[in-house]
Write a protein that binds this ligand. Sequence first.
Ligand SMILES: *Cc1c(COP(=O)(O)O)cnc(C)c1O
Length: 389
Amino acid sequence: MNEQLDHIMKITERPSPVMVRGAGSWLWDRDGKRYLDFVQGWAVNSLGHSPRVVLDALSAQGSRLINCSPAYYNEPMAKLAGLLADASGLDQVFLCNSGAEANEGAIKLARKWGARHRDGAYEIITMHGSFHGRTLATMAASGKPGWDDIFPPKVHGFRKVPLGDLGAAVAAISSRTVAVMLEPIQGEAGVFPAGDEYLRALSTLTKEHGILLILDEIQTGIGRTGRFFGYQHAGVTPDIVTVGKGIGGGVPLAALIASGPVSCFEYGDQGGTFGGNPLMAAVGCAVVETVAQPEFLESVASNGAYLMARLRALAGHLGHGDVRGRGLLLALELKAQDAKKVSAAALDGGLLVNAPRPDALRFMPALTVSRDEIDAMLTILEASLGGRA
Ligand SMILES: *Cc1c(COP(=O)(O)O)cnc(C)c1O
């Protein structure tokens, strides 16, 4: 087995445990050690590990129809498109397999719309620190430090401005600009909210200039913040939204959602072999139907508020910093402690928690996490931070 591990391409530093089983908020490695999982497949397992609704959807759809090619309609594809159109108030849905693919589609759609309706405008204003994926275009769109001159030549057509600086966004708009694209909360950067005011100001700005507002809701969408979409807190309506991660409840599924007038792809412009396959789409329907229930979203909001309050109390007690984020996407700012080391200590103590930057820990539990599990997490976290065990 260890020799086989050596054949896995080295694209990230992984700790040694090999995970074999999950249930709800818990994950087990092959030595039988149990972990409380506040990473959850990277904010992916919205209903926890192996939830009943996902298993039922997989087995019912799997025995009925797994794949008929995107060249033909299928029932789950249609149902999921309808659910996402209803939830977003937008009109047209393209199903795909990963967040990067959804964002790549959003960039293509904006360019197509610019070619058609804005005299060939193609430039997209994006944010410093943003993360939109790992394809060539989405890496170029991202404002991740160190990504500026990686894999040359770079896809051009992106202009970066500081998150929250409206003046910089105004100044960056030219006749070449077709859209502004951002995450309502920058997740990978370390959980930095764009802020509702700023989102509203960008919505007004893009409307005034006749350009598009593209929201990357791959991390914030599907209930993560306590509303179905993160932008609903700000009361704005984007022209294009992308979702991924949590929509599949653990399986690879993502979507590009656009308003009717913006949706201008012609036959052949966009596609993908696995896009909208019935198996993944059926799981997506089960997840969306579960998460969209008002009581479900209320429980995410109240458990998120509870987690935030408890993290703030712990931070105050141990002399750490602010707690940022919304719903069940939160980060704790550490003072004078390396988050990577704390995350490693937590792993030893039976807790999975991510360190997106040297001074921050990120919490992205299952949306179904219980108060007891939050309490158990805090006990291990406090010990990992060098407080009492
Ligand atoms: C994870 C993420 C992506 C990329 O999604 P993949 O499925 O890894 O391609 C894009 N945007 C945001 C905001 C993300 O969090």
